[in-house]
Design a protein around this ligand. Structure first.
Ligand code: COA
Length: 182
């Protein structure tokens, strides 16, 4: 799969670039992103390696985008469709938004845009979304992006605090109704 740009109204989802490093490093200083998206990148060099992996879609396992302001180009967030399994026709989606731009629909619109592309383009039937029970904001994103909560997984993932948290599992199927407002 070749990286490409996905327009989403006022947002532009584009492939990651080397020069995103400083903005991503700044975002990763946010305690909520470190907690819920993992604390794996502990230096600018780690971030550079992460961005190189996210910019390389060649193995077909993920499609990862920088979420930017279409007008000004500022980095607003990250979204990644990963664990793409063409045999099963499923994948998982993950995201973060920079603290200053939260609460204005950046994550919801990004999830809706990626799902809208991925279901037909990758012939997916199911996209999963998981978040810790202690992270209700991510649950609001899931609900508003048309996902259905299927249940609670017990101590299923070790987050950035080193603790295994219970998670809620959500999914959106290819024939689920599109969300009313993206
Ligand atoms: C979760 C996160 C991605 C949401 O990004 P965002 O761009 O602000 O999301 P949106 O503006 O599209 O939607 C936010 C929704 O969360 C709700 N919300 C925000 N903080 C909340 C909280 N503490 N408790 C409950 N809901 C909350 C908002 O009210 C909104 O829902 P609404 O429109 O129904 O009112 C962002 O808070 C973030 O990056 N958090 C840290 C990293 C993270 O949690 N990543 C996801 C890991 S699964």
């Amino acid at each position: 799969m070749e990286p490409f740009e996905l327009p989403a109204g006022e947002l532009r989802l584009r492939p990651w670039q080397d020069d995103d490093g400083p903005a991503v490093w700044a975002a990763l200083q946010d305690p909520a992103i470190r907690l819920w998206n993992g604390a794996g990148s502990t230096s600018p060099e780690d971030v550079a390696a992460l961005l190189a992996r996210r910019a390389d879609w060649s193995a077909g396992g993920h499609a990862s985008f920088a979420v930017t302001d279409a007008a000004g180009g500022a980095l607003l967030g990250s979204i990644s469709l990963h664990s793409i399994d063409p045999v099963q026709g499923d994948a998982e989606i993950g995201y973060w938004t920079v603290p200053a731009d939260r609460g204005r629909g950046v994550a919801v619109r990004s999830v809706v845009a990626v799902c809208g592309w991925a279901f037909p383009a990758l012939a997916l039937d199911r996209i999963e979304l998981l978040h810790a029970v202690g992270n209700p904001a991510s649950g609001r994103v899931a609900a508003r992006a048309g996902f259905t909560c299927e249940g609670r997984l017990r101590r299923s993932y070790r987050y950035g605090d080193g603790v295994k948290h219970d998670e809620l599992l959500w999914s959106r199927l290819s024939d689920d109704p599109a969300p009313v407002a993206g």
